[in-house]
Each structure stands twice: as structure tokens, then as C-alpha cells.
Design a binder for this molecule. Structure first.
Ligand code: ADP
Ligand code: MG
Ligand code: MG
Length: 251
């Protein structure tokens, strides 16, 4: 599904190398977690994969289902099945949530060469998915994220993800100070959307999130590289002992 080889990335504005050779493969149907100390480059990795401005790839490559990802425009990446959940969801005053979702879904269908969903079909799908995710109808009518609580924003993000039916979902939860309830919502959303042809890359600072999402593989990132990969027990090791031993081992 997602294959990253020897990825080196620097900031466009400064001569600062942030990713220093990331290798990562996430097969279809698997959930991989990335943990690591603050400043190790986890968010940068997700931004570069989604095509955000300000970063320059100096070496290496990334592909999604065999298609070269880094050469695509951000919209093309979304059409190819990539979804990035933002740490800080944007509020869009004046735009109803339903309108926003329908626009996003239809833009993606268009980019994939599919017909737009009719208003009736769209409503049917969105109501079904909202129900599965325990989102009430009221939230669908309000302006996007405006006045939403932290938990509602999280739910909404998961709904966006469910509507776009991505193949590869990247969730960066590192610095968002998730409380236990929000964490459970994210985990329930991911678990509800798990399927054999969909993969997840969950970036997190906290082992607690992984109590609810059982990852197939846990990667530890430090100083722009993946320094260790293992099973869920690796997250427990970090929880119990911190990063100190792992970092020392890698040097
Ligand atoms: P993490 O998500 O693991 O905490 P980040 O990817 O946010 O790490 O940051 C990695 C490093 O790159 C940090 O040292 C951070 O300060 C630096 N960095 C990232 N983006 C920028 C930027 N736009 N300008 C300056 N420094 C940046
Ligand atoms: Mg950070
Ligand atoms: Mg981060």
C-alpha cells in the first residue's frame, strides 16, 4: 500500500534537514503506529506525504499502490486514496458541514473519473455513516467545526475520513492533547473503518491510544529516522521505560 524508501526532506526556507532516510512499508489492511520524541520529524513525514508546501525532498521516494506519490498534487494524492487527519481541524464559518462533505466527496469522485453523487444518494450515505459513528444529525447541519467541542471535532474528522473512503489514512495525534474520551473516539473510528484494503498510519505520542487501536507494527522515530520497529509490545516498552534505552541502542 504505502512504501517509503530512504526519504530525505529539508525545509525549503532554511538549510535544515529534518528527515534523514526514512524507510517504511505499510501493507494493505495493516495499522502501523509511529511513536517518538518531540521534534523527531513525525509530523513532517505526514505533511510531506500529503503534499504540504514548505518542504523539499532531497532524496528517496514514496509510493501509494505503486504510484509515485511525491510527484502528485495534493488533490491527486487524495484521489489516489490518501487521507490526512489534521491535528488542528479548521473551522469554516458559513459553510454547513453537509455542504462541505458533499463538495469534498464529489471533488474526489470527479478526480477519480466517477459521477457525482446525487443529493439524495449523498444524504443516504452520510446518514448511514454518521449513525455508525454515533454522530447526531444536528452536527451535520452546523458550520464546519465552528463551536465544536474537541470530541465533536474528532468525530467530524472521522466522519470525513469515512465519507472519503481512503485507502491510506494518516492520523497525526501527537501534540493535540487528546483527552481519554477523544482518544477513544479516534480509536473507535479507526477500528470501525479497518478493512483488508485500507491501511492506517497512526502517529502518536501516547501509548494509551494504542491500548484501543491494536497496531500491527509500531515504529519508533528519532532524529529523522525510524530507529526501531516491532509489535505492540514496543509501545509498552516506551510507556514503561521512555525513549532513553531505545535511543541509546540506536546510536
Ligand atoms: P514531531 O512531529 O516528531 O514532533 P516535527 O516534524 O514537528 O516533529 O519537527 C521536526 C523538526 O523539524 C523539529 O526540530 C522542528 O522544529 C523542525 N521543523 C518542522 N517544521 C518546521 C518549520 N516549518 N520551520 C522550522 N522548523 C521546523
Ligand atoms: Mg512536535
Ligand atoms: Mg508532531
Amino acid at each position: 500500500m504505502l512504501e517509503i524508501k530512504n526519504l530525505h526532506v529539508k525545509l525549503e526556507e532554511e538549510d535544515k534537514q529534518i528527515l534523514k532516510g526514512v524507510d517504511l512499508t505499510v501493507p494493505a489492511g495493516e495499522v502501523h503506529a509511529i511513536m517518538g520524541p518531540n521534534g523527531s520529524g513525525k509530523s513532517t513525514l505526514s505533511y510531506v506525504l500529503s503534499g504540504r508546501d514548505g518542504y523539499e525532498v532531497t532524496e528517496g521516494e514514496a509510493s501509494l499502490n505503486g504510484e509515485a506519490l511525491l510527484e502528485m498534487e495534493p488533490e491527486e494524492r487524495a484521489a489516489a486514496g490518501l487521507f490526512l487527519a489534521f491535528q488542528y481541524p479548521v473551522e469554516i464559518p458559513g459553510v454547513g458541514n453537509l455542504t462541505f462533505l458533499r463538495t469534498a466527496v464529489n471533488a474526489q469522485r470527479k478526480a477519480r473519473g466517477e459521477d457525482e453523487l446525487s443529493a439524495a444518494d449523498f444524504l443516504k450515505v452520510v446518514r448511514e455513516k454518521a449513525k455508525t459513528l454515533k454522530i447526531d444529525g444536528d452536527m451535520l447541519k452546523r458550520p464546519v467545526n465552528v463551536g465544536f467541542s474537541g470530541g465533536e471535532k474528532k468525530r467530524n474528522e472521522i466522519l470525513q475520513m469515512a465519507m472519503l473512503e481512503p485507502k491510506m489514512c494518516i492520523l497525526d495525534e501527537t501534540d493535540s492533547g487528546l483527552d481519554v474520551d477523544a482518544m477513544r473516539l479516534v480509536a473507535e473510528g479507526v477500528n470501525a473503518l479497518r478493512s483488508p484494503d485500507r491501511s492506517f498510519l497512526v502517529i502518536t505520542h501516547y501509548q494509551r491510544l494504542l491500548d484501543h487501536i491494536k497496531p500491527d507494527v509500531v515504529h519508533i522515530m528519532s532524529n529523522g529516522r525510524i530507529i526501531k520497529s516491532g509489535g505492540p509490545e514496543l509501545a509498552l516498552e516506551v510507556e514503561n521505560n521512555g525513549y532513553g534505552d531505545l535511543l541509546a541502542e540506536a546510536n
